[in-house]
Write a protein that binds this ligand. Structure first.
Ligand code: FAD
Ligand code: 2HG
Ligand code: ZN
Length: 459
């Protein structure tokens, strides 16, 4: 039996998409920089079906790209070479919150917003949040070890994984969903799958560790002259506002682009080169604590938002960067981490470095508290890698990391050895070879490899 018919037997004809129009949304990434053609798109409905689909693909030597919400920004969620796309979105069930241990088991296909709603209904919180919340899936979030603004306080996705269930490359299922706080029997395979970007297994269910819900929130937008002033403000907020949950930044040209895209008047009266958006969250009103910290930092003028609408209004300026940039062109996105004492120098140097590499416009923003800079470049062809190389070179020179929270994907795979060193990459390759000896799972993502010659004879 050919692959397509074998897969129809597993998931039903409705969930095997071979028609080009139906496949299209699964074949192009969020930015438009990465696209390819899938051999088939398969939509299994539960873990058992995922296991059977993977086993059938293995039997036909068909490479696989696992996909959640397809909001990934490093090119690894879409096919490159006629792979089978396995969409996990139908695995969207959300279990009952276990309030005693503060955990909930969720299907890999449930959205981050769905997880957040379930947590809030139980007076708890997911502890993770970012702009793609309505589309990205918990499986994708864990596969990328996503971060977002609240990682400053609650850590990245890794900190929330109390266990998971996954299908390995041979179709076998591993399941650690008990949620036991103490369970160190054997190697921590779930930890290995966090951040593996679909290259070591397909996550089907996650036991998510929740955090207490804050009863009160207040956000503040502060305009500053330089990035070093921003880093100084961060240091004071950290020391004097224990309720600090996030501390992001953006620059004035990014603000202008967002305002234009959102057709919105600037809420900021005095425009400055740098803006810090910080949010405090606590059980009781953190306004006084934040005000005292701002005073200690010498901040005289700040935009304070202490109700949901105005807070969301400020965050729209920061989170709106991705869509405003997308509307202006097809960006090159480099998500890097920079030591805070190098941040000023890095932000100053990037635009020139980009210009010399052929890029026209650089927009910089990110999560200040984590030294996480999102370098977005417009005006270069999608396949032109000189810009990526120049920015990543500068990043390593600055003592930073080539991937802070989006993952390595296919975008940065050829840089992994420079960033991690030969020994570490050899150990990663040994793990890959052990768990996926035929390199069927997301080949070319994270670890660079020869493009497989795709079998087009069937399916
Ligand atoms: P996909 O895009 O579908 O896949 C991403 C990767 O995970 C691929 O390699 C894919 O193969 C793999 N994968 C997906 N599901 C599974 C699974 N079940 N098992 C194994 N592998 C799987 N990221 C941040 O970290 N912080 C942010 O602040 C942030 N903000 C964003 C804002 C916007 C507007 C957008 C578009 C993206 C943003 N991202 C951010 C990036 C992205 O949303 C995250 O990386 C997210 O975790 C991807 O989830 P997804 O379900 O869309 O995964
Ligand atoms: C964010 O922080 C996301 O908004 C997306 O990580 C960053 O678009 C980007 O480059
Ligand atoms: Zn981010």
């Amino acid at each position: 039996m050919d692959l397509e018919h074998a897969l129809i037997e597993v998931v039903g004809a409705r969930h095997v998409l071979s028609d080009a129009e139906l496949r299209a949304p699964y074949e192009r990434d969020y930015t438009g920089r990465y696209r390819g053609q899938a051999r088939l798109v398969i939509r299994p409905g539960d873990t058992a079906e995922v296991a059977e689909v993977v086993a059938a693909c293995a039997a036909h030597d068909a490479a696989i790209v696992p996909q959640g919400g397809n909001t990934g920004l490093v090119g690894a969620s879409v096919p490159r070479n006629h792979e089978v796309v396995i969409s996990l979105r139908r695995l969207s069930e959300i279990g009952e919150v276990d309030s005693a241990v503060g955990q909930v088991a969720v299907g890999a296909g449930s959205t981050l917003a769905g997880l957040q709603d379930a947590a809030r209904a139980a007076h708890l919180d997911a502890g993770l949040d970012f702009g793609a919340r309505d589309s990205c899936t918990v499986g994708g979030v864990v596969a990328c070890d996503a971060g977002g603004a609240r990682a400053l306080r609650h850590g990245t996705a890794r900190a929330h994984v109390a266990g998971l269930e996954a299908v390995l490359a041979d179709g076998s299922v591993i399941s650690r969903l008990s949620g036991l706080t103490k369970d160190n029997a054997g190697y921590d395979l779930p930890a290995l799958l966090v951040g593996s970007e679909g290259t070591l297994g397909i996550i089907t269910r996650v036991r998510w560790r929740l955090v207490p819900a804050a009863r009160s929130r207040v956000a503040v937008l502060v305009g500053l002259a330089t990035a070093s002033e921003a880093a100084e403000l961060l240091a004071t907020l950290r020391a004097q506002a224990p309720s600090l949950e996030s501390c992001d930044f953006f620059l004035d040209d990014g603000l202008a682009l967002v305002l234009e895209h959102q057709r919105r008047e600037s809420p900021v009266r005095t425009r400055t080169p740098v803006y810090v958006l910080a949010e405090c969250a606590a059980q009781s009103d953190p306004t006084d604590e934040l005000a005292a910290a701002l005073e200690a930092a010498g901040v005289e003028d700040a935009l304070v938002a202490d109700d949901t609408t105005s807070r969301e209004g400020l965050w729209k300026l920061r989170e709106g960067h991705t869509d405003a940039i997308n509307a202006a062109g097809t960006p090159h996105k480099l998500d890097v981490g920079i030591p805070l004492d190098q941040l000023d120098r890095f932000l100053d140097a990037v635009p020139d470095v980009v210009r010399r590499a052929g890029g026209q416009r650089t927009i910089l923003f990110g999560h200040l508290g984590d030294g996480n800079v999102h370098v977005n470049v417009l005006g270069a062809a999608p396949e032109d890698e000189r810009i990526d190389d120049a920015v990543l070179e500068l990043t390593l020179d600055s003592g930073g990391t080539i991937s802070a929270e989006h993952g390595v994907g296919v975008e940065k795979a050829r840089w992994l050895e420079r960033a991690r060193g030969t020994a570490e990459v050899a150990a990663m390759r040994a793990l890959k070879d052990a768990l996926d000896p035929d390199h069927l799972l997301n080949p070319g993502a994270v670890l660079p490899e020869e493009i497989r010659s795709a079998s087009t004879s069937e399916g």
